[in-house]
Write a protein of this length. Structure first.
Length: 762
């Protein structure tokens, strides 16, 4: 991966280019031995074949190589020109990025050619991007997973026990309940055939525990009734035909049938997703199966498996998962037969995203599978830990500060501060610089670069240095502001006049801390500005208190109401001193968070009743009450919580339709985009559904479900796609760029955001 460089992230799709292409090119007269060496040396497992003029004339895939082996698996004496595929797709050097993305939707890699048809570089889709879909279960990201409870024959022929297993699998976190089906006569012949002792034991057990077709269908029906996806392993063509008659959504292939290409081809013909185990097979067996599957464009998962019951930990070899990932671009899974539930967790961290474990209600029952199965409480622990790990894996290509870390970095880390006043043009010396907290300025690692330079501004004692102090530059005086909204900037008591002079905005939004509620405003506000005034209520109060009008706790509610009344009185006082004659908009985070998990739908609805009752006790006369839309995982005191209210569009509409007093919304694009990512709600449709309530917008970019407050363009929001929705809002809607630490360096982050929004047509 060191030779790969990311070139673009567009519409959530990542692309990489390879410019050191020697390991990906081979001449037409190269023999199979040379081809195998090239294949092992490159990451994408495709080889570009070039002629004597270095023009691209063909492509060799893993399947082409497998086809070059004779029936004994030996290498034939054959040349690259004889096995290459001369029909291939390619891009040109001047093609647009959208063209490349379109090609990568169809192909794993795309060679980029110059005018002479010579390969100049190779474009590759996200090398970690593996996708699989079965029923309503999807794996599209590295953190996705599917948990399969392998019931198999652990029902021991008892239909009621099978129903109990299905129910327990669903309750304890499994996504899929899997069974097995065999036609014993086609597999083992009739009773007249003699078998060894171990085979006789298996046949006798299977005869005792096998279900009739009708009972197996009843199991599948019961799965659907309780809300778990049914899956089954057919061990023969007759069983597959019976399962097709029922209409399953996909199939599991047992390790024993990885080399049974007759059955594999029949399964491929169903055009349904397949999950395939690799136990008891060697590399050549696996490569042959991969070739067969990929030539037929199968949606499949390849599971690392050891078919020993139970598997000793020393024989699990989880590192082989890395080998499977190199051999195929399919999703990788793990089907475990070892004792316990901890090894599958390790497999998940290695990249296995479909996890299968045998499941039972009683390990003492007859049959080997029971001994290596998980009990319900063990399946629950596996499910819970997979969920935790899914959230914890995160990104791997760079070290990125989380929002909680960024919050703590400001409070706990250090910056370079001005130790004594500096005039513009003066040389910055060691005596001018000191290292102090908080970390809202230039980091200390730049101290040697800062010292010796000329100051490009007047800097007062106690002010932090910023990145712009490392070089002399002219301040950009022109503010390119959005045209469709009354725009504003966030201010504090201490910097309102300085920022107003720089930006000259039509509105300002005061972001209050809990200490601001008790200070004397008249000492700060010496002259009115005449612009519109908005106020953002403190999000956290003294003693780690957070407002919650949804709470069941009377003490929390009473304190919340008391503090909010102070906020609204403060808002009216600030508006008066600032010379604003209208009603100030006051942005409030109304509460509804929990610390351990999300609430049930029933609890969410019940707490809305609390809010409707408590809101009547808040005195916001003379102000406009704006409830802020919330993310799934808000940051409180540097840690993460779970939010349940003012989140999804239906939740917001339910709340606003349940109250007797009129409140409006502050749409936080960053918060709501993250909620839409979490809940799979379309962001544009979300805005359309709540647009009638929106009176103010906090606008910033976001990524995933928890990275908020990013600069416009640094996250995943497609601002052009939501432009029409935002532009259709009512006339008095105000807009504020809420960029994390955008106030630093005299509001540089806000200025950049406003300029970017203006360029996009806002």
């Amino acid at each position: 991966m060191e030779e790969w460089k990311r070139i673009v992230k567009l519409n959530g799709k990542k692309m990489y280019y390879i410019n050191n292409i020697k390991n990906y090119l081979i001449n037409t007269d190269s023999n199979i031995s040379d081809i195998l060496k090239k294949h092992q040396a490159n990451e994408i497992k495709f080889i570009c074949v070039i002629n004597s003029s270095k023009q691209l004339v063909g492509i060799i895939s893993l399947g082409d190589i497998v086809n070059a082996l004779d029936e004994n698996g030996d290498i034939k004496n054959i040349l690259a020109s004889e096995i290459m595929n001369s029909t291939f797709s390619y891009a040109k050097l001047n093609d647009k990025k959208n063209t490349l993305i379109h090609l990568l939707e169809k192909h794993k890699f795309v060679p980029v050619l110059d005018r002479d048809k010579k390969v100049k570089l190779i474009i590759v889709g996200d090398p970690e991007k593996r996708e699989f879909v079965i029923g309503n279960h999807e794996i599209k990201n590295q953190e996705d997973y599917i948990l399969i409870a392998e019931i198999g024959n652990n029902h021991n022929g008892d239909l009621e026990r099978a129903f109990d297993l299905i129910r327990a699998a669903k309750i304890n976190g499994a996504d899929i309940a899997k069974f097995q089906m065999r036609d014993l006569n086609s597999l083992y012949g009739d009773d007249s055939i003699s078998h060894d002792l171990s085979t006789e034991y298996v046949i006798n057990l299977l005869k005792k525990v096998s279900f009739s077709n009708e009972d197996m269908y009843k199991c599948f029906d019961f799965c659907k009734k309780v809300g778990i996806t049914p899956l089954c392993t057919p061990f023969d063509l007759i069983s597959l035909e019976k399962l097709e008659q029922y209409g399953l959504e996909g199939y599991k292939v047992a390790s024993a049938d990885l080399t049974n290409h007759e059955l594999l081809l029949a399964l491929i013909e169903t055009k349904k997703p397949l999950i395939i185990s690799t136990g008891m097979s060697n590399d050549e067996d696996i490569d042959a199966a991969i070739s067969l599957l990929e030539e037929n464009y199968v949606n499949y998962v390849l599971c690392h498996t050891n078919s020993t019951y139970p598997t000793p930990f020393s024989d699990v070899h989880l590192n082989y998962i890395n080998n499977l990932k190199r051999r195929t671009q399919s999703v990788i899974g793990y089907s475990g037969h070892e004792r316990g539930w901890h090894i599958p967790l390790a497999a998940f961290t290695k990249g296995a995203q479909v996890i299968e474990k045998h499941f039972t209600l009683d390990k003492s029952l007859e049959g080997n599978d029971h001994k290596v199965s998980l009990l319900p409480d063990e399946l629950y622990e596996l499910s819970r830990c997979l969920s935790d790990l899914s959230q914890a894996l995160g990104i791997g290509y760079k070290r990125q500060l989380t929002q909680g870390e960024a919050t703590n970095k400001v409070a706990l880390s250090k910056s370079l501060f001005c130790a004594k006043a500096i005039n513009k043009g003066e040389v910055i010396t060691e005596s001018h610089v000191t290292i102090m907290s908080p970390g809202n300025g230039l980091t200390p690692r730049y101290i040697k670069i800062l010292i010796g330079g000329l100051s490009n501004r007047d800097i007062e004692t106690g002010q932090p240095f910023h990145s712009s102090d490392l070089e002399i530059r002219q301040r950009i005086e022109t503010i390119n502001a959005p045209k469709h909204f009354t725009w504003c900037i966030p201010v504090r008591h201490r910097d309102v006049y300085r920022l107003y002079e720089i930006f000259n905005p039509p509105a300002i939004e005061f972001h209050l801390s809990f200490k601001d509620l008790i200070i004397d405003d008249e000492k700060f506000f010496i002259k009115p500005l005449g612009c519109e005034v908005l106020v953002h209520a403190p999000e956290q109060f003294d003693g780690d208190f957070i407002i919650d009008l949804f709470s069941d706790d009377k003490n929390i509610v009473e304190k919340s109401i008391k503090l909010l009344n102070m906020v609204f009185n403060k808002a009216k006082k600030i508006s008066e001193l600032m010379g604003f004659e209208g009603k100030p908009k006051v942005v409030v985070n109304c509460g509804g968070h929990t610390t351990s998990d999300f609430l049930s739908d029933i609890e969410v609805k019940r707490m809305i009743g609390n809010f409707a009752s408590n809101l009547k006790k808040v005195d916001f006369s003379g102000c406009r009450f704006l409830a802020q839309t919330m993310p799934p995982y808000p940051w409180h005191f540097g840690g993460q919580s779970f939010h349940n209210q003012f989140t999804g569009s239906e939740n917001i509409k339910t709340i606003l339709n349940s109250i007797d007093v009129e409140i409006e919304l502050c749409l936080d694009t960053s918060h709501s985009y993250m909620w839409c990512n979490y809940s799979s709600e379309n962001f544009g449709q979300f805005i359309d559904k709540i647009s009638q309530y929106v009176a103010h917008i906090h606008i910033s970019d976001a990524a995933g479900e928890s990275e908020e407050g990013l600069q416009i363009g640094d996250g995943d929001i497609d601002f052009m796609s939501i432009l029409n929705s935002l532009s259709s809002l009512k006339n008095d809607v105000t807009l504020l760029p809420e960029i994390w630490q955008g106030h630093d360096n005299d509001g540089e982050g806000f200025r950049i955001a406003l300029d970017l929004l203006e360029k996009q047509g806002y």
